[in-house]
Design a protein around this ligand. Structure first.
Ligand code: SF4
Length: 892
C-alpha cells in the first residue's frame, strides 16, 4: 500500500491521544512514530476501522422529520438565533459543545459566541470530565497548565494513580507504565474506592471512602511538614501560601489516625504511602475523573498539587502532577477557551484580557463575564432563560446528571439545533439536525493530556451531505452578518489565527500557552505537522517543551498553595438511600456508545449494563446474580442485571456510564445521578449519588436475534448488542408472558417478522420453554427463545451463525428443538480478549488444565493478550485467582 493510502492521524477516544495509521481500506494500526503510543493501540483504538459504518449515519440536514437543504437549515439556525438575541438579549442563546471537537471547531464556536454574539454561554461536555483540574491548575499555577508529560511516568520511581482506572480509561498509558514497572520496578499506588483492573500492577491499593481524597493528601502535606520533608528553600523561592495550606490541613488531619478516620484506609497503609511519597524524589501523581467528578474536585486537585509544591517535585524528569483528560481534545478545548468561564488562549474575564481578545478578533460585542456552566446552562434552558440552543458533537440527553430533567429542558426549549454523526437521544429532541463529518473525515488538530498537538487527518469521504462542524459554525456566523470575521476556507486558516492569538501581546511570555511559532505555518506545513508539545513560542525550535517549571525557568508568577478544607460528599447516605452509586467507564466502550456500540466485538466484553455490588450487601438485600436489581435515587429509577464483586467496598455500588436508550431499557444511568456541583469548577458529583437497590425476580428470560435494532416494548428489561448480521437482545420479563391470541401477536411484534414470513413454533409449557423462528425464503430472519432461567437459553453463537443464512432441511428441524443451551455448551463465558474472542471460561479452563502461570503462557496457548494488550490486567487477575486456588502453580 502506498504512503498516499496510509494516513497518519490521531485516535478520537481518550486523552492519551495515540497516533494511528489509517488506510483507505479502513484498517488501522498504531503509529510507531507518535510519541504518545509508539505503535500501541488499545482495544477501542484497534477497532476504529469497524466504526466506519455509513448505514446508520445522519446523511442530510433535517428540519423536524423533513429532509432539508443545507441552506434552509443554516438559514433557520441563523434566523432563530438572531431573532432570539434581538428579542431577549445575547444571554438567551447558548452552545453546548464537546471535548471531541477538533481545536478548529472549538475555536470558531468560541469566537462566535464570546466575540460576536456577545455571551459566554458556551460550555462543553468537558465540564463533566476535567473542569476541576482546570480550576485547580489556575489556582495553583495562575493558568491551566499540566506540568508533567508521559515520559515522566516511565522515569518515575513512584507513580500515584488517584481516581484513575488507567488500565481501562487510558490503556496505552497503563501499558507504558506496566512496561516501566517491568523494566525497573516502578512502585505504583492506586487510590480508588474500587479494586479496578489497574490494581493488577499496584504495590499498594488504598480503597478510600468516596470523596475523602482531600483528607488523604491534606494528611500527607501535614506529614511532610511534621517530619521536615518539605523543600523549604524551593517553596520560599517559588511559591506562596504554604502556611495557610498547612494550617488548613493540620486543622482536620493532624495525624495519620485522623486521616484513617476520615478515609477508612488502614493506618498502616496510610503510613506506608506517606513514607514512600516522602522518600521518593521521582514521584508522579496522576489524577482523573475520580478526583474531578466531585463537589470537592477543585480542592482535591489542589491538595495533590500542594504536596508536589511542598516537595518541589515538578519541572524535572520523573516527577510532577499529571492530570489525565478523558476526551481526545479536552486540552484543545481549554486552549481556545471552550469552557464558559474561560475567554480564549488561556485568558479569562479580566478587563485587560477582554480588551485584548476584543482587539484581536475585532469583535463587535464581547462577552464581559463568564457564561453558564453545563448544569446551570440546562437549568436555564428549562426555566426559559435560554431560548435557542445549539448542541454540537455531544449527547447531553444521556450524559448529563439528572438526564430526565435535561430531556425536559430540551423538550421545553423553543429552538434546539443538534449536529452529530448519528441519531442520538439528544438529536431526537431537536428542531434542526445537521449531519456532521466524523473521525476519518475531519481535518484539524487535537491536543492530548501532555500538551501535545497532533493532526487529525481525513482519509475517507464524509457520507451523504455530512460537513465539518467548523464549516457549519462559520456558515451560521456569516448568515448572522459576520462574513469577514468568519471567512475561513480551511482548518489551517483557523489554526493560524488560534496560534496567533496565543502569542498576541504575549512577548514577555506571561501566558505559558503560546504556540506563536505556528502562527505563520503554511498550508503544506500544517498538512505535514508532526506531534509537538507547547509552549512553542515564536523563534523557538519546533521540538516543543516536554515539561513546565523546569530548572532555570523563572516564571514571573509565584506558584500558589491553596488551603483545602475537608468536606464530605454533598449528599450523604441515609436510611432511605443507603448505598453510594459510583458511575464510570468500561474497558471497551466510549461515552454513550454512539460509536463503540456498533462494533460487535467491543460489545462482547460486557454486552449489557450491570450493577456491581459487594456480595455481603447483596445477600442482605436478597439479591442474587441470576436476578435483576431495581436502582432508585431521588432523581430516577432503572432496572438492570447485577454482578457480585468483592472489588466493591461495602455500601457502594458501581454502574457503567455508557448505555443509552437505544442500547438498553436500563438507559442512561445519569437519569439517577444528582447534579450537586463543585462550587469552583461547576463539575457535577457523578461518583457519589445515594441510592437504594432492591432485587427484581424476572418471570422469564429470553434471547431475541433479529436483523433490525428496533426496541422491544412492554414490561421487559432488554439490552441490545450488535452481532454478525443483526442484533442480539437479552430480555427479562417483568410481567407474565401474554397468552392466547395476544401471545402470537406479541411474538410477531418482538420478532419484527416480515409480512408472509413463516412462523415456526416449539413450545414446552411444562418446562416454560417457548421457541419461535421467523423464516423467509428458507433463511432465518429472526428467532426468540424464552425460558424460565437464563441458563436454559440457547448457546447464542450457533444461532448468530444461522441468522440470515440459508437453512438446510436438517438445520430447520433442529433449529428450535435441538439447540444446546448455554449451560450445556462449552461455556466460553464473557469475552476477556476482544481481539481474539477468548472468553473467561475458556481462559480459566486452559489455565487450570495446562497449568499456565504467566500472561506470556496464555498468549502462547490461546493468543489472548497478544494484540492490543487491553485484557492483560484481567489475564493477570485470572492467573492470580488460579494461583490462590492452587498455590503450587505460583511456585512452579
Ligand atoms: Fe485511543 Fe486507546 Fe490510545 Fe486512548 S489509549 S487514544 S482510546 S488507542
Amino acid at each position: 500500500m502506498s504512503d498516499r493510502e496510509r494516513i497518519r492521524t490521531t485516535c478520537p477516544y481518550c486523552g492519551v491521544g495515540c497516533g494511528v495509521v489509517a488506510s483507505t481500506d479502513g484498517s488501522v494500526t498504531g503509529d510507531r512514530d507518535h510519541p504518545a503510543n509508539r505503535g500501541r493501540l488499545c482495544s477501542k483504538g484497534a477497532a476504529l476501522g469497524e466504526t466506519l459504518i455509513d448505514s446508520d449515519r445522519l446523511l442530510h440536514p433535517l428540519i423536524g422529520e423533513r429532509r432539508a437543504s443545507w441552506d434552509e437549515a443554516l438559514d433557520l439556525i441563523a434566523r432563530q438565533f438572531g431573532d432570539t438575541i434581538a428579542r431577549h438579549g445575547p444571554d438567551s442563546v447558548a452552545f453546548y459543545v464537546s471535548g471531541q471537537f477538533l481545536t478548529e471547531d472549538y475555536y470558531v464556536a468560541n469566537k462566535l459566541m464570546k466575540g460576536f454574539i456577545g455571551s459566554a454561554n458556551i460550555d462543553t461536555n468537558s465540564r463533566l470530565c476535567m473542569a476541576s483540574s482546570v480550576a485547580g491548575h489556575v489556582r495553583a499555577f495562575g493558568e491551566d497548565l499540566v506540568p508533567a508529560c508521559y515520559d515522566d511516568l516511565e522515569a518515575a520511581e513512584l507513580v500515584v494513580l488517584t481516581g484513575s482506572n488507567l488500565a481501562w480509561c487510558h490503556p496505552v498509558l497503563y501499558q507504558r507504565l506496566a512496561a516501566a514497572k517491568e523494566a525497573h520496578g516502578t512502585r505504583i499506588v492506586v487510590i480508588d474506592p474500587r479494586r479496578t483492573a489497574t490494581c493488577e500492577i499496584a504495590d499498594l491499593h488504598l480503597a478510600l471512602r468516596p470523596g475523602s481524597d482531600v483528607a488523604l493528601f491534606g494528611g500527607l502535606l501535614a506529614h511532610l511538614d511534621t517530619h521536615g520533608l518539605c523543600d523549604r528553600r524551593w517553596t520560599m523561592d517559588r511559591t506562596t501560601g504554604f502556611g495557610a495550606a498547612l494550617d488548613a490541613a493540620r486543622s482536620f488531619v493532624p495525624s495519620i489516625g485522623n486521616v484513617a478516620a476520615l478515609t477508612d484506609i488502614p493506618a498502616d497503609d496510610i503510613a506506608r504511602f506517606f513514607a514512600w511519597f516522602a522518600t521518593t524524589e521521582r514521584t508522579v501523581t496522576c489524577y482523573s475523573q475520580g478526583v474531578n467528578q466531585s463537589t470537592a474536585g477543585t480542592d482535591k486537585v489542589n491538595a495533590i498539587l500542594n504536596c508536589h509544591l511542598a516537595t518541589g517535585r515538578l519541572g524535572r524528569p520523573g516527577m510532577g502532577p499529571l492530570s489525565l483528560t478523558g476526551q481526545p481534545n479536552a486540552m484543545g478545548g481549554r486552549e481556545v477557551g471552550g469552557l464558559a468561564n474561560q475567554l480564549a488562549a488561556h485568558m479569562g474575564f479580566a478587563e485587560a484580557d477582554i480588551d485584548r481578545v476584543r482587539r484581536f478578533w475585532q469583535a463587535p460585542r464581547m462577552a464581559s463575564r463568564p457564561g453558564l456552566k453545563a448544569v446551570d446552562l440546562f437549568d436555564a434552558v428549562l426555566d426559559g432563560q435560554i431560548r435557542a440552543l445549539w448542541i454540537l458533537c455531544t449527547n447531553p440527553a444521556d450524559s448529563m446528571p439528572r438526564a430526565s430533567r435535561v430531556r425536559d429542558a430540551l423538550r421545553a426549549c423553543p429552538f434546539i439545533a443538534v449536529s452529530d454523526c448519528w441519531p442520538t437521544d439528544t438529536s431526537r429532541l431537536a428542531h434542526v439536525v445537521l449531519p456532521a463529518a466524523g473521525w476519518g473525515e475531519k481535518d484539524g488538530t487535537v491536543t492530548n493530556s501532555e500538551r501535545c498537538v497532533s493532526r487529525q487527518r481525513p482519509f475517507r469521504a464524509a457520507p451523504g451531505e455530512a460537513r465539518p462542524d467548523w464549516w457549519m459554525l462559520t456558515e451560521v456566523a456569516r448568515r448572522m452578518g459576520w462574513e469577514q470575521a468568519f471567512a475561513y476556507a480551511t482548518p489551517a486558516e483557523i489554526f493560524r489565527e488560534h496560534a496567533a492569538l496565543s502569542a498576541f501581546e504575549n512577548e514577555d511570555g506571561h501566558r505559558l500557552f503560546d504556540i506563536g511559532a505556528l502562527a505563520d505555518i503554511t498550508d503544506e506545513h500544517y498538512e505535514r505537522l508532526q506531534p509537538v508539545q507547547w509552549p512553542l513560542r515564536r523563534g523557538a525550535s519546533m521540538a516543543g517543551t516536554p515539561r513546565l517549571f523546569g530548572e532555570g525557568e523563572t516564571s514571573a508568577r509565584p506558584l500558589t498553595f491553596v488551603a483545602t478544607p475537608y468536606r464530605p460528599v454533598a449528599v450523604p447516605v441515609s436510611e432511605a438511600w443507603p448505598l453510594v452509586l459510583n458511575t464510570g467507564r468500561l474497558r471497551d466502550q466510549w461515552h454513550t456508545m454512539t460509536r463503540t456500540g456498533v462494533v460487535a466485538r467491543l460489545m462482547t466484553h460486557r454486552r449489557e449494563p450491570m450493577l456491581d455490588i459487594h456480595p455481603t450487601d447483596a445477600e442482605q438485600l436478597g439479591i442474587t446474580e441470576t436476578g435483576l436489581v431495581r436502582i432508585e435515587s431521588p432523581h430516577g429509577t432503572t432496572t438492570m442485571p447485577v454482578r457480585l464483586s468483592t472489588d466493591q467496598r461495602r455500601g457502594e455500588v458501581f454502574a457503567p456510564m455508557h448505555w443509552n436508550d437505544s442500547h438498553s431499557s436500563a438507559g442512561p444511568i445519569d437519569h439517577l445521578v444528582g447534579a450537586a456541583v463543585d462550587p469552583v469548577s461547576g463539575q457535577p458529583e457523578l461518583k457519589a449519588t445515594p441510592v437504594k437497590v432492591e432485587p427484581v425476580a424476572p418471570l422469564w428470560r429470553a434471547l431475541l436475534l433479529k436483523s433490525d435494532a428496533s426496541k422491544p416494548e412492554g414490561e421487559v428489561y432488554w439490552s441490545r448488542a450488535p452481532v454478525e448480521g443483526g442484533h442480539a437482545f437479552d430480555l427479562a420479563g417483568l410481567s407474565e408472558l401474554p397468552d392466547g391470541v395476544d401471545s402470537r401477536a406479541w411474538v410477531l411484534r418482538l420478532l419484527g417478522a416480515s409480512p408472509g414470513a413463516e412462523l415456526v413454533v416449539y413450545a414446552d409449557p411444562a418446562r416454560a420453554t417457548f421457541r419461535y423462528a421467523s423464516i423467509v425464503d428458507d433463511r432465518l430472519e429472526a428467532c426468540l427463545f424464552i425460558a424460565r432461567e437464563a441458563a436454559a437459553l440457547p448457546d447464542r453463537s450457533v444461532l448468530v451463525a444461522a441468522l440470515g443464512a440459508p437453512l438446510t432441511p436438517e438445520a430447520r428441524l433442529t433449529l428450535l428443538s435441538g439447540c444446546s443451551t448455554a449451560a450445556d455448551a462449552e461455556d466460553a463465558g464473557p469475552i476477556v480478549c476482544a481481539c481474539f474472542g477468548i472468553g473467561h471460561g475458556t481462559l480459566c479452563s486452559a489455565i487450570a488444565a495446562q497449568e499456565l502461570t504467566t500472561v506470556v503462557d496464555i498468549g502462547r496457548t490461546l493468543r489472548a493478550g497478544t494484540n492490543c494488550g487491553s485484557c492483560i490486567p484481567e489475564l493477570k487477575s485470572l492467573l492470580r485467582d488460579a494461583q490462590a486456588a492452587r498455590p503450587e502453580l505460583a511456585d512452579a
